[in-house]
Design a protein around this ligand. Structure first.
Ligand code: NAD
Ligand code: TDX
Length: 332
């Protein structure tokens, strides 16, 4: 299978590219990525000489670039997005252009080229905050922030291309991922790297917001299965089934890094901060997928990875990046 992966230089995308090249000897991957602040070719240094892999720098909103890259592929797996909630709260323009218009451009191109499979990577955030129970695929969408609203728009647009045009679209909605190569603005890599550097861990609000954590390699396995065995026009929730309060997670990170809890620093809450996400992943389980990594072991492996890969994250955390979270920290 020849697969066009959008956003393959980002966190989940790069793990997915590596997964496909490792698991499927006959597959080829084109990684189409704009290389925004979140895209990093270091994430795939180990595969860049593989003859089955090709990188194309391009913008999913650019029709000509998209058509050229998509020509002749069997499937599209679409990860490319603006992904950080705090950034979307500060300014949402890029979220709308990439997540909504960019997805539209890809869907149009896939329709024109009659691509046989289009997997649109969505998120549990589209369901909004869930006080009790777990979201199922056909539950109403209720996004709270500009990021999740833009993802909901993309998700609905992708589904409309199935309903109206019979473009063979499948949507996955996963819970919070963690693991190697995650940009250190997201809570787990931010807290691990801050702890390593003896810097404060800025915990939003009362620290009792709950996220359902999924190891990135388990998500890659699920997406791969959906790509090959999923049913056209369907949505699949992909949850880790491991809910943790942020304060508990923060203590676990500090324990694994070997740093004191005095580094925990309460800061003002994120506006519109969703209290809890939870997914019912029964449908994906029915397809034959289950997470194979336990949360404690996966978190330990992730901490070790960041300890061993300072050369990857230290350059990212220098310069302009620092001002972003320190601004929040100072405003408490
Ligand atoms: P990321 O921010 O690490 O990477 C995004 C990638 O997309 C980067 O390589 C970036 O350069 C690229 N990109 C951005 N705009 C582009 C454009 N206009 N054209 C081409 N490439 C562009 O993201 P991630 O955390 O790996 O998330 C990947 C996908 O999974 C996203 O669609 C996100 O909404 C979804 N998702 C993420 C999580 C999570 O916990 N990280 C959970 C659920 C869903
Ligand atoms: O400094 C922080 N302090 C803090 O308390 C940061 C960055 C986060 N948090 C809290 C907010 C959330 O309750 O930690 C939790 C996780 O925050 P993020 O890592 O920003 O993730 P979240 O907002 O849950 O969104 C993530 O999961 C769904 C991804 O960024 C999205 O791309 C994905 O769709």
């Amino acid at each position: 299978m020849k697969i066009l992966v959008t956003g393959g230089a980002g966190f989940i995308g790069s793990n997915f590219v590596r997964h496909v090249l490792t698991a499927h000897a006959d597959d080829a991957v084109i990684n189409f990525d704009k290389l925004t602040y979140a895209g990093n070719l270091e994430n795939l240094r180990d595969v860049e000489t593989d003859p089955r892999y090709r990188f194309v720098r391009g913008d999913i909103g650019d029709r000509a670039q998209v058509l050229e890259a998509m020509e002749g592929v069997d499937a599209v797996v679409h990860f490319a997005a603006e992904t950080h909630v705090d950034r979307s709260n500060a300014g949402a323009a890029e979220f709308l252009s990439t997540n909504v218009t960019g997805t539209f451009t890809l869907l149009e191109a896939a329709r024109e080229l009659k691509v046989a499979r289009f997997v649109a990577i969505g998120t549990d955030e589209v369901y909004g905050s869930i006080a009790k129970g777990a979201a199922r695929e056909l539950d109403p969408l209720n996004p709270s922030n500009p990021y999740s609203a833009s993802k909901a728009a993309a998700d609905l647009l992708a589904r409309a291309y199935w309903t109206t045009h019979r473009l063979p679209v499948i949507v996955t909605r996963s819970s919070n991922n963690f693991g190697p190569y995650q940009y250190p603005e997201k809570v787990i890599p931010l807290f691990i790297t801050n702890a390593i550097e003896d810097k404060p861990l800025p915990l939003y609000g009362d620290g009792k917001n709950v996220r359902d954590w999924l190891y990135v390699l388990d998500n890659c396995a699920a997406i791969d299965l959906v790509l090959r065995k999923g049913k056209e026009g369907e949505i699949y929730n992909i949850g880790g089934s491991h809910e943790v309060e942020n304060i508990v997670l923060t203590r676990q990170v500090l324990h694994l890094v070997g740093k004191p809890e005095t580094l925990i620093t309460p800061v003002v809450d994120r506006p519109g901060h969703d209290r809890r996400y939870a997914l019912d992943s029964g449908k994906a389980h029915g397809l034959g997928w289950k997470p194979t990594h336990t949360f404690p072991k996966a978190l330990e492996a992730t901490v070790s990875w960041y300890k061993e890969h300072e050369a990857w994250w230290k350059p990212i955390k220098s310069g302009a990046f620092r001002t972003y979270y320190e601004k929040q920290y100072q405003s408490r």
